[in-house]
Design a protein around this ligand. Structure first.
Ligand code: 6PG
Length: 253
């Protein structure tokens, strides 16, 4: 099997965020030149915070037509958009509200309504936004990883159907006692480029497990990664400290 992944390790989470911002802007320029539109999906959690800050800082000088940038989410928690745990709120506060006017096109998941209804609404938005594709093809997708190997809201123990025709589904995560809506395995793994942002020493064991999970059987995150055509792992030295897959540490300018 050909290894299509790239693993980059940076000294700090801040440097991981800066590299994520470089990848975002490069992918945006490429997609806008090739197709006139850039579709990106963001994750929640703490790992994308430095990415959002770096992007916000560069946004107005980046030479990007933000009106042609379509922002989606890989998942959302079952909370209103102004709630402390809302993935939309985090991205909006740190990045989207700071883009030059009139900003990007926002495709929010409605965490405030019944999860099944929110998933169906999100699917309708995805079908309308990707009318020529049976499975949406995001230009770029950012993902985080939980200590249990979950990604987006695909958790271990869930029945992950790689041939499902659902684009988004509602899930109930027992251990978090939380309703969520998530993109499905076929959609996540269909992106042109998938970037995992993983930082902190609490992630060292799971990163080692994921990168060595040859057939992607043990964890949803490795399953998504192995089904994808292009994957970049952006790690900090702490998250990478227990994996032997790393050959070099990168610097970000
Ligand atoms: C969410 C996510 C989730 C997250 C991981 C990692 O809504 O919680 O999208 O999959 O990316 O749990 O979270 P951290 O970045 O906080 O470690």
């Amino acid at each position: 099997m050909i290894d299509r992944r790239c693993i980059e390790v940076y000294e700090t989470g801040e440097a991981v965020g800066a590299r994520g911002a470089e990848l975002f802007l490069a992918a945006a320029r490429e997609a806008l030149a090739a197709r006139g539109r850039f579709s990106v999906a963001l994750s929640g959690g703490s790992s994308p915070i430095p990415l959002f800050r770096h992007l916000a800082e560069k946004a107005s000088r980046a030479g990007i037509d933000w009106r042609a940038v379509h922002v989606f989410w890989v998942d959302e928690r079952g909370v209103p958009p102004d709630h402390a745990e809302s993935n939309f709120r985090l991205a909006d506060e740190l990045l989207l509200s700071k883009l030059p006017d009139p900003g990007a096109v926002i495709h929010r998941i409605a965490g405030e309504i019944a999860p099944d209804e929110a998933a169906h609404r999100y699917e309708a938005d995805l079908s309308a936004s990707f009318p020529d594709e049976e499975i949406p093809v995001f230009d770029l997708l950012f993902l985080g990883v939980g200590n249990d190997g979950h990604t987006a809201s695909l958790f271990p123990g869930m029945d992950l159907d790689d041939s499902s025709d659902r684009k988004a589904v509602a899930v109930y995560v027992e251990k978090l006692r939380s309703h969520r809506v998530t993109l499905t395995l076929p959609v996540l793994s269909n992106a042109r480029h998938l970037v995992f942002l993983v930082t902190g020493d609490a992630k060292a064991d799971i990163v080692a497990g994921l990168l060595e999970d040859g057939e992607g059987r043990r964890y949803p995150a490795s399953r998504v990664a192995l089904m994808s055509s292009r994957v970049t792992w952006l790690l900090d030295t702490e998250a990478a400290s227990k994996t032997c897959q790393v050959l070099k540490t990168w610097q970000v300018s």
